[in-house]
Structure formats: structure tokens, C-alpha cells
Design a protein around this ligand. Sequence first.
Ligand SMILES: Nc1nc2c(ncn2[C@@H]2O[C@H](COP(=O)(O)OP(=O)(O)OP(=O)(O)O)[C@@H](O)[C@H]2O)c(=O)[nH]1
Ligand SMILES: [Mg+2]
Length: 361
Amino acid sequence: MSLKKIHPSALKENDGIEQPETISSTSVQQIQKLRRTQPSADDLIASITKGDKTALSRAITLIESTNPEHIEKANKVIQGCLPYANKSVRIGITGVPGVGKSTFIEAFGKYLTSIGKKVAVLAVDPSSSISHGSILGDKTRMEELVKDENAYIRPSASGESLGGVARKTRESIVLCEACGFDTILIETVGVGQSETAVHSMVDFFLLLNLAGAGDELQGIKRGIMEMADLVVINKADGDNVTKAKLAKTEYNRALHLFPMKNSGWNPKVTTCSAIEKLGIDNVWETIQEYFSMTKANGYFDTKRANQNQYWLLETINDQLKNHFYNNPQIENLLELNKKAVQNNEISPFAAAQELLKRYFK
Ligand SMILES: Nc1nc2c(ncn2[C@@H]2O[C@H](COP(=O)(O)OP(=O)(O)OP(=O)(O)O)[C@@H](O)[C@H]2O)c(=O)[nH]1
Ligand SMILES: [Mg+2]
């Protein structure tokens, strides 16, 4: 007798023994009941506009879903919420990992709720699907804000493309506003393209920085500096206070070298300690100055209108690209053409032409 016969595979079913049902009928019934009780788009809109945070979270989950049914429902909810949106200020907050974004948002958010604001914190972090780390870290760094009745914190959507993640955040802003949040903070890690995406969905862009030893401007991309309406030098506490003041002077000098902004606003520099909650009120004062000025000169509304157009085109671009690259025929042909291009058998332009011709056929 062979060993195999004595020890059959554990995966093999024995004759005469009935397999247990893997899903019990009660579970099935429960799931079906839950499905039936899922709120409709109209229910969600009604609850969101009453300030219901649970409904808000549910709707954002729909926005983040890739299920076509969910997408359709999400679009209905967004459409229904639009008339109630647009009444907030949207502030982007960026800075390299470790600069203190989460700590700052905790201090700043608490300050804002203490003066009667309703604060929603969203994030654009294309890496969060891989790391998940920042979300866990934020739970402890935003301990107070998480518990605050007048605050709502939603970690970044996960997704393959920055465009997709950013679009979901952009759509979530509308829902947060309809839910009564008047100050929207959007956090992003300042290490890639994400700040450009965030810049195109906020009214004000805040760059958190550190006072380094030596060359202050090293490591910060010129493009990010150029986008900033306010540079906040964080960790201005303990031995760091003098260094932070020096850094402030240097940044001021550097910012003057940039061309004048369309907003007419001269970017400012300030220092703060997120951990000791110092200088936070100053940050808010500067932001308010910006809003008074840009609302008076019309820039605020023009920028939002332009952003709407940008997102219209961006969404079309994104979906066209997805549609093209997810076409099974194109996928195969693309692989073949990639090899052919590598081996100089066909020019990249001719190959592209051939693929597009096939796609549009
Ligand atoms: N001394 C001092 N430390 C601070 C201050 N703000 C933040 N920190 C510390 O800096 C470290 C990083 O802070 P986080 O708030 O997690 O930084 P982050 O920018 O959110 O980091 P990522 O989420 O990894 O991008 C933590 O150990 C904080 O305690 C500050 O104002 N002063
Ligand atoms: Mg963080």
C-alpha cells in the first residue's frame, strides 16, 4: 500500500460525509436584511445635510468603492449634496514625513473647534494603501480631535493612482461641507506629486517645515515652496526657538524671490510649536487675512471656478486612460508593442498609432 493512500490529501472529501454548509442560512438572511436596510441615496442626503457623521462616512465609503452600483449611488449623493456645499474654507497642509503634520492638525483642529468651527480632516496619501502606518499613527496623534464632536477625521482613500485617490478626496469635500463642516483640512505628504493634486482642491496652501542646521531650503522642492501661501516652521520650542527664528528670516528672503502670485497675496512665514500649542492662533489669523483679501479681490471665487474645470478635465482624462488600459485586447497588444519598441522593430509613435487605431475601431 502506498503512503499516498493512507494519508490522502486533507483537501479531499471523504465519501459519505456531507460537507458542512460554509455559509449558514442565518448569516445569509442577515446579510440580505442588511442589504435591504442600506439607506438609499435620498436617505443619505437627508441624513448628511442634518449633520449625521455616520451617514457621511457611509457616503464616503461609496465614493471610495469601485463597484459600479456604488459609483452610481455615490454620484447621486454628491449631486444631492452640491447645493449645500461650497460654504467652507479649504486648507491644504503639506510637509515631509516627521515634520509634525498630524500633531499640528490635532492642535490646529482643536483650536478651530474651540472658536466654534466645525472641522473635517481629509487626506491624500497615495501610499496609504501600502503602509497603513500613518493612519495608525494618527489615531494616537489626533487623540483629542478624534473625540471632538465638532471634528471629523477620515484617512486617505487607498488606490492605485494618485489621480483616483485625489478625486475621491475632492468629492468627499462636497459631502463634508453639506454635513456642516465649515473648515476642511486636507493633509498630504510632501514628497511627490500629491501636493499638486491637493493644491488644485484647496483655497489656501500651508507648508510645514523645520528649522534645519545649515541650508534651510535644501530638500524642499522649489515647486512646493512656490505653491505655499504660508510657511510654518514647526517645532519652535526648547533649544530650537532661535534656529526657528533664523529659519523664518531665511524663508522670508527666499519667498521674495518668487514671482508675484495671481492672488495678489504675499506668502508669509511664521513659527509654531504644535506640541506645545504655541503660535497656532497666529497661523489662523494669517489664513483669515488671506481669505479677507482674496474674497474681496475676487480671486477666491475665480480659483474655485477654475478648480471645478480642472477636475472636470482631470476626471475625463483619468477615466479615458483607465478604459484604454483595461481593455483586454489592448493589454495584449500593448505588451507585444512594448517588446517590439524595445527591440527597435517599430517606432514608439507608430506603435502608439496602431494601438489607438485598434482601440477606436
Ligand atoms: N519638539 C516638537 N516635536 C514635535 C512637534 N510636532 C511634532 N513633533 C514630533 O515629531 C514627530 C513627528 O510628528 P507627526 O505629527 O507624526 O509628523 P507627520 O508629519 O504627521 O509625520 P508622517 O505622518 O509620518 O508624515 C512626533 O514624534 C511628534 O511628537 C513640535 O511642535 N515640537
Ligand atoms: Mg502624520
